[in-house]
Design a protein around this ligand. Sequence first.
Ligand code: PMP
Length: 402
Amino acid sequence: MSAVASLRQEFPLLAAASDLHYLDSAATSQIHRRALDAVVRHETGSRANVSRGTHRLAEAADRAYEHARLSAARFLNAASPAEIVFTSGATASLNLVAHAFGSTLRAGDRVVISVAEHHSNFVPWQQLRERTGIELALIPVTDSGELDLSCLSGLIGSTCRLVAVTQCSNVTGAWTDVAAIVAAACKVGARVLLDGAQAVQHGPQDVQALGVDFYAFSGHKCFGPGGIGVLWGRENLLTALPPFMSGGGMVGEVTPEATTWAAPPRRFEAGTPPIAQAVGLAAALEWMMGLDWVRIHARENDLCQQLIGGLLRIPGLRLLGPVSGRRASIVSFDIPGLHPHDICQVLDAHRLALRGGHHCAQPLMAAFGVEACTRASIALYNDTADIAALLDGLGVVLRELT
Ligand code: PMP
């Protein structure tokens, strides 16, 4: 059995569906068996609420939850587990920053995002603009959908307080030049929020080396359970921020007159957190930290180039993203005259799971001049058979739909 074939067996859904070509991992990755087992073990052996109980089960749940925080801190190379806030996903993490950090901004302060953002890093800033009168500026994209950093010095000026950008586009697969953004932000004392939703699937991250201030991701995109995400923030920044949501677990003291806040990360974890999901996520992250990412990247890149090469041979097909360079294995394309939903439906009949639509990136679609596109996303459990099946499937699409 090849290395990928045996890896595939570690994912229960893929192991049970040998004929499935799953090429939609940018939407959600398949869950690794260890993550699923950890959830079941926790729910059947240690299920209790955290930070409230004194019985043994509650203490076991507390230990498991805080251990999960340690794993997430290691995965991101955070300076301290206190910098790890568990949320319900990247969207919740991004909204948390837009509200908590956003509440420190005033009319005229500038937030810089990009045209390539997922709606979850776009709409919260538009809403903040409505609430407070901040100025929202957009980094434009090049013809291949990469952030056009030639405009950076003009956009990131003295009124800029925050730059919030994706680390990797969920449409084009282009990696952002984070160092250039951090350097420009540093010059004017602005903070940097990185949306790592698409990056984490491709290996552990180092927030200290990246030099950013906040980092958001979701567990379901890195082989963990759904309903869990992380917001990482520098401890001094989190400590200075007010809570976003309020309720149980995030307070110091509550009196009829006023409430004081717990220190981070609890300040930002109101209510019962997703405990079993955090435990499952930690198992996925621990598993990922033991993998050989240099080899995995080489394989993902080979598959990506094999796919791009095949796509470019299709007459009229337009690749929406860079052909090569610093790109992840996410490949989007447009075939004029064919709707992505129709393409995906025909492919589904051949057991190919791809995504067609605007990918929650309508400003980027507009920049490309399309309403929607078809996206194949390649993860560590894909192999050449998946790519060959997709290229064959597209042959069928062209025969049946044109
Ligand atoms: N940012 C990017 C770049 C994404 O691809 C996604 C998910 N498609 C999100 C944010 C939002 O993630 P979630 O839906 O898990 O909150």
